[in-house]
Design a binder for this molecule. Structure first.
Ligand SMILES: CC(=O)SCCNC(=O)CCNC(=O)[C@H](O)C(C)(C)COP(=O)(O)OP(=O)(O)OC[C@H]1O[C@@H](n2cnc3c(N)ncnc32)[C@H](O)[C@@H]1OP(=O)(O)O
Ligand SMILES: O=C([O-])CC(=O)C(=O)O
Length: 372
């Protein structure tokens, strides 16, 4: 047996959702750079689910459906108040809430294309409401009901703070959502596909994916980047802090990637947004520290920043709590997970690789009273 640790370079499926070829990322054939400049997140959801951009009627129908499905069952809202400990991570709350949500969906276990698409719409619509409601309830605030007249990006920021965002905040947040929406067979998407390839349900697929996204080697890196920036505190402290970590062979969060070698094409957009927003908020130090970190890391190692690096200072500048950064990744990435889940159902085969055994050799059973 040949073992490929971490499945590096293994091609496990075909997919028409997104591609990474020669460090270029496309969603159903559209370059991410173009989508980041021009597309609304709602258009990108449609693109990922249908592999074509919507016309006005198709977009209006999707927007209507998302708006109609954005509210949560009262029981899901109330369950946030029942947690026995007060430092529950919002990713754990999201993972639990999505699983709980399935108990209030009569179609949860109905397995046909139409029902699965309807569940995709419900999950895409409700996850922003879950993230924002949890964030408020844990602060003793009432959840803010979703609004149908706002864009997806604007509605999220509105439900979070209770105030309509500025046009600049809306634009930045929409761009961040577009940039995070899909990424071929990343760990959380693969997890979702493995789950539903057993013909398990859509809610189980998304719940599993949230669990995988939570880890700091994947989506959890954006929160870890902000923790690092906060610990460093000033531009002068960057060099000793980063060199110390590199000398100790510790990982610098937000750098490196399994697939990209020359660099993550999403990072430049987030870097530009970080510069703009940190200047606007009067806190350019977050951008300055980040660029200094980039300089030092890339001088020492061929490790360019990934999508999680500059998104940290972008979300911080939008006034978002640091432990909500990864749930926000999920608010966007669920669009990709759902596209992959639907694609997996359409052409399914159980995903079941092998393991090369490395345990003890042949053993003889000894009754428990005879064991030393
Ligand atoms: C949305 C996303 O998921 S993007 C990724 C988010 N994750 C992070 O930012 C966490 C930091 N980065 C990493 O841990 C890795 O680069 C990963 C997980 C993204 C990719 O991992 P892999 O492809 O398995 O690479 P692996 O961890 O084996 O690293 C290869 C070498 O580069 C080094 N390296 C990789 N990333 C980093 C880093 N961020 N800082 C320092 N060294 C690093 C490793 O130590 C290793 O060195 P070695 O060969 O001397 O032992
Ligand atoms: O593709 C990966 O391994 C991780 C990543 O960048 C993403 O999920 O956006």
């Amino acid at each position: 047996m040949t073992v490929t640790k971490g499945l590096e370079g293994v091609v496990a499926t075909t997919s028409s959702v997104s591609s990474i070829i020669d460090d270029t990322l496309t969603y159903a054939g559209y370059n991410i750079d173009e989508l980041a400049e021009h597309a609304s997140f709602e258009e990108v959801i449609y693109l990922l689910w249908h592999r074509k951009l919507p016309n006005q009627k198709e977009l209006a129908e999707l927007v209507e459906l998302l708006g109609e499905n954005a509210s949560l069952p009262e029981e899901v809202l109330n369950h946030f108040k029942t947690y026995p400990i007060n430092n529950v991570h919002p990713m754990a709350a999201l993972r639990s809430a999505v699983s709980l949500l399935s108990l209030y969906d009569e179609e949860a276990d109905v397995m046909n294309n139409d029902a699965n698409y309807r569940k995709a719409v419900r999950l895409q619509a409700k996850i922003p409401t879950i993230v924002t409601a949890f964030s408020r309830v844990r602060k003793g605030l009432e959840p803010v009901a979703p609004r149908k007249d706002l864009s997806f990006a604007s509605n999220f920021l509105y439900m979070l703070s209770g105030e309509e965002p500025t046009a600049i905040a809306e634009e930045a947040f929409n761009k961040a959502l577009v940039l995070h929406a899909d990424h071929e067979l990343n760990a959380s998407t693969f997890t979702a596909r493995v789950c539903v390839a057993t013909l398990s349900d859509v809610y189980s697929g998304v719940t599993s994916a949230i669990g995988a996204l939570k880890g700091p080697l994947h989506g959890g890196a954006n929160e870890a980047v902000m923790k690092m920036l906060t610990e460093i505190g000033s531009v002068e402290n960057v060099e000793p802090y980063i060199l110390d970590k590199l000398n100790n062979k510790e990982k610098i969060m937000g750098f490196g990637h399994r697939v990209y070698r020359k660099g993550d094409p999403r990072a430049k957009h987030l870097k530009a947004m970080s510069e703009k927003l940190t200047n606007l908020t009067g806190e350019p130090k977050w951008y300055e520290m980040s660029t200094r970190i980039e300089e030092i890391v890339t001088t020492s190692k061929p490790l360019p920043p990934n999508v999680d690096f500059y998104s940290a200072s972008v979300y911080h500048s939008l006034g978002i709590d640091h432990d909500l950064f990864t749930p926000i990744f999920a608010v966007s990435r669920v669009s990709g997970w759902l596209a992959h889940i639907l694609e997996q159902y359409d052409n399914n085969r159980l995903i079941r690789p092998r393991a090369e055994y490395s345990g003890p050799g042949k053993q003889v059973y000894v009754p428990i009273d005879k064991r030393g």
